[in-house]
Design a protein around this ligand. Structure first.
Ligand code: PLP
Length: 408
């Protein structure tokens, strides 16, 4: 072999949310009954797709057009509908040309980083949904660049940490927010978002806001969309139907570019993303065609409210139950459908074990816990001893030790 095949950056790619499934599947074969608390797919957690949604999709599937390619940027009518929806919020105003469809938001995230200059860095949260941190690290051939979310302060961003990192690293060109957040379940108050907008203005940065959980809020919270708070800062909102509808199997997500006229560089990046879509031809047609009819239906809001109530109930149950354990830092959640529970410093020790009665499962777990971070060790023991499958928080680009549990 004359040259290296794998890039250094690719070594930073990891997705423990699914890696843990491999381990759980192995234990399942050994007779362990698994409770899947690792994955954010409402359908796999038995959410029912309403009959009226299925009727819309079936009717569209009878239309030959839904089998064809669509416009590279996405179905024009759907983009019109989405632009009007954003504009109605009264903040940044866009046209359908500022919207670009992808095959799921995961696809949008990797394409965005692919087109960003390799020396430019986007600073993102820690812990973070790992697709963002992995893609950023892979593009920069470096460890992810992060600001801290503080579990001792409602998981809000540590603004001092963010400012310092932006100030001392001239390669930072943008700040990423995930709001509502995966994995912490936090929804950011307007005062914090305003401070981030001010920071972006001060240093000439773009803002990127992952809003895939925008309508999933409870416990009295309301999530502010980037378009509402961005003012004249250039930025990208990332949206999709995998969680809110929920239709993750549609592989359908989109980005909205705000304030393109405020920065030539930013406009060029958005144009390059348009070109990227032409190379790929287009994204899945049928789900795009269904979006205006489904999201524009009053029954959708009712459906969402019911689902949010269910998530809110689970959120309170888990927070109330676990807050009785003094070794844990536990926050109430307000959005998305996860809670991240942190072990207080020094609680986890390398020689701790949970009793696993199944000898084959015990042997597997003992093999896996060699040379892993202490929260992986905890998660593997929990899996072997109880079958409960959660995700270690150190895999979310964080030096905290804990685990993420799904609230579905
Ligand atoms: N962004 C966040 C914060 C997520 O949690 C997820 C999926 O879990 C995605 C993006 C990916 O969404 P999609 O299914 O549209 O690729």
């Amino acid at each position: 072999m004359r040259q290296k095949l794998l890039s250094e950056g690719a070594k930073e790619l990891s997705y423990e949310i699914r890696e843990i499934v491999k381990k759980a599947n192995i234990l399942q074969k050994e007779g362990v009954d698994i409770t899947w608390e690792n994955i954010g797919d409402p359908i796999q957690k038995h959410a029912k797709v309403p009959a009226w949604v299925k009727e819309i999709v079936q009717r569209l599937a009878a239309d030959d057009l839904s089998y064809g390619y669509c416009d590279s940027k996405g179905d024009p009518k759907t983009r019109e509908f989405l632009a009007a929806r954003t504009n109605a919020k009264g903040g940044a105003q866009i046209t359908s040309d500022d919207i670009l469809f992808f095959n799921g938001l995961g696809d949008a995230i990797s394409t965005l980083y692919h087109y960003l200059d390799t020396t430019s860095r986007i600073i993102g949260p820690s812990p973070a949904y790992s697709t963002h941190s992995s893609a950023e690290a892979a593009h920069a051939n470096h460890q992810p660049l992060t600001y801290k979310l503080d579990p001792d302060n409602h998981w809000y961003p540590d603004m001092e940490d963010m400012r310092k990192k932006v100030q001392y690293n001239p390669n930072v060109v943008g700040i990423l927010l995930i709001n509502p957040d995966n994995p912490t379940g936090m929804v950011y108050p307007k005062e914090i978002l305003d401070q981030i907008v001010e920071l972006a203005k001060e240093f000439g940065l773009i803002l990127i806001s992952d809003e895939i959980y925008h309508q999933i809020t409870y416990n009295g919270a309301r999530a502010y969309a980037l378009s509402e708070i961005i003012d004249d800062v250039p930025g990208i909102a990332m949206k999709g139907i995998s969680k809110e509808l929920p239709w993750p199997g549609a592989r359908c997500g989109w980005i909205e570019c705000y304030n393109r006229d405020k920065s030539k560089d930013f406009d060029e990046l958005c144009n390059a993303l348009d070109d990227a879509k032409m190379i790929e031809v287009c994204s899945t047609t049928l789900p795009q065609m269904a979006i205006p009819e489904i999201l524009g239906d009053a029954r959708f809001d009712e459906y969402r409210q019911n689902l949010n109530e269910h998530i809110g109930w689970r959120s309170s149950f888990i927070a109330d139950t676990l807050s009785e354990v003094p070794e844990l830092i536990i926050n109430k959640t307000y959005g998305a459908f996860y809670n991240t529970i942190v072990f207080k410093e020094g609680v986890l020790k390398p020689d701790q074990e949970l009793q696993i009665d199944n000898p084959a499962a015990k042997a597997k777990v003992e093999e896996w816990v060699k040379d892993v971070p202490l929260d992986f060790r905890f998660v593997y023991y929990l899996l072997g001893a109880t079958g409960i499958c959660v995700v270690p928080i150190s895999s979310f680009c964080s030096d905290l030790l804990g685990f993420r549990v799904t609230l579905l």
